[in-house]
Ligand binder design. Structure first.
Ligand code: PMT
Length: 401
């Protein structure tokens, strides 16, 4: 995507990741953007103004006044920008942003800005997962800012964990996404999204079945978010009490895995994006008793046969579809999710673990990690509606690649 004429303010705060911003500025300028760099006072300890100003082709501002005595008017700077990026955003700058502390040029400009704000946090892992930081990130999201989650990896401290600033290419993609979705907030207009949701029930007899605890909340949240973004949504749902009145969502109710399989493949070919959030029973009774099984013996054996793997078959039949699976795990979570990503030929997988409080079945919340072949992003506990947004933002950013 060209960024010709787009005016971007990059605010650098004092973290080691500041060195990566040079690459981002170079790429933005190459794509035609006008870049104005602002720095907090401590950012100067990490990166040279001369490099930044050479790459951005503009003077860099770090104080309310320049050396020649001219006022660096934060109001004008803020109004000039089409987009503001805070990167790296330290724990300190983030805290100031969400609590209204305005003691430097970056903060004054941020508080005067009317444009979209993107935040790329960077800090050591314990600082990143500290409740204050997580709460501040949620507050920033509530303000409508976009968070580019910190990535996993080796940190400046030598520790390994989440806290590394996202790579310049990832930030660039988010900037492009921000401009494309701003021009047209209906970012999935013209796309067909196929979603599976809820549990499946496999009958044992007319009264009993094998099922699971899925409520359908996650799948319905995804369907509503995709429809909000302008997609035509085909929602194939197992038994659930969830409802939606959205005219862009076409619901197909099924009961068993076999029925879900058949319904999915009526529509799969027309889908641009397919998301399998259903908790499908892996096995079904070989024979369904015609009458209610009587309680006569002390034990009862039911022979089960394997259900078709709907998602794996979607992976085999994949043509244009961007294919997203879910992994619900209780142990070796990342390893199992990675293996499902590969075996089912997926483009990305959403991992939720029943070991995380508030995640998985029934709750209104979920806590996810998203894995692609090369990336792993971790998200805090959020409402399923917010999780659906994170998932679709991620899908859109991948499709834009
Ligand atoms: O419905 P909620 O109460 O809101 O709960 C949401 C959820 C926990 C059900 C959801 O977030 C979730 O994790 N869904 C996937 C559950 C699951 O069955 O995971 P799995 O790891 O067993 O399966 C892996 C993937 O293969 C899933 O995308 C699943 O839909 C798919 N699958 C599995 C078996 C099968 N026979 N066919 C499939 O398509």
């Amino acid at each position: 995507m060209t960024l010709q004429g787009k005016r971007i303010i990059i605010c650098i705060s004092g973290g080691i990741a500041a060195y990566k911003i040079n690459f981002l500025i170079r790429d933005l300028v190459k794509k035609g953007a006008e870049v104005q760099v602002l720095m907090t006072p401590s950012a100067a300890d990490f990166i040279s103004q001369l490099t930044l100003s050479t790459l951005s082709k503009k003077p860099v501002f770090s104080d309310f006044y320049s050396e020649n005595g001219t006022w660096n008017n934060h109001v004008e700077l803020a109004l000039w920008a089409d987009l503001m990026l805070i990167a790296p955003c330290t724990a300190n700058t983030l805290a100031k942003m969400v609590h209204g502390l305005c003691d430097n040029l970056v903060m004054a400009t941020y508080m005067s800005a009317k444009c979209p704000v993107l935040i790329a946090p960077a800090m050591d892992l314990d600082m990143y997962r500290h409740p204050t930081t997580q709460q501040n990130l949620e507050l920033a999201e509530d303000f409508g800012h976009f968070i580019i989650p910190a990535e996993m990896g080796e940190l400046a401290s030598g520790l390994i964990g989440q806290g590394r600033m996202a790579e310049p290419e990832t930030i660039l993609k988010q900037i492009e996404y921000c401009f494309s979705s701003n021009q047209n907030r209906q970012t999935l207009n013209g796309k067909t999204v196929l979603i599976t949701a809820g549990p499946t029930y496999e009958a044992i007899d007319p009264v009993r079945f094998i099922g699971n605890h899925s409520s359908g909340k996650m799948g319905f949240a995804l369907a509503e978010e995709a429809a909000n973004r302008g997609a035509k949504v085909i929602l194939i749902s197992g038994p659930t009490s969830q409802k939606t009145g959205d005219p862009n969502i076409e619901i197909h109710q099924v009961t068993t895995a076999r029925e879900m399989f058949d319904e999915v493949f009526k529509f799969y070919e027309m889908a641009d994006i397919a998301i399998a959030s259903a908790a499908v029973a892996d096995y079904a009774p070989k024979v369904v008793a015609k009458e209610k099984i009587k309680k006569s013996e002390d034990s009862l054996t039911i022979e089960l046969i394997k259900n078709p793997d709907i998602l794996k078959t979607m992976g085999e039949k994949k043509t244009k579809q961007f294919l997203v699976g879910f992994a619900l795990e209780t142990q070796n979570e990342e390893e199992n999710a990675k293996s499902k990503l590969e075996k089912k030929n997926l483009d990305m997988i959403v991992l939720n673990s029943l070991r995380d409080e508030g995640a998985g079945f029934k709750n209104d919340t979920n806590k996810i990690k998203i894995l692609t072949k090369n990336e792993l992003s971790e998200f805090p506990l959020k409402s399923k509606n917010e999780v659906a947004k994170d998932i679709l933002n991620f899908v859109e950013a991948q499709i834009l690649k």
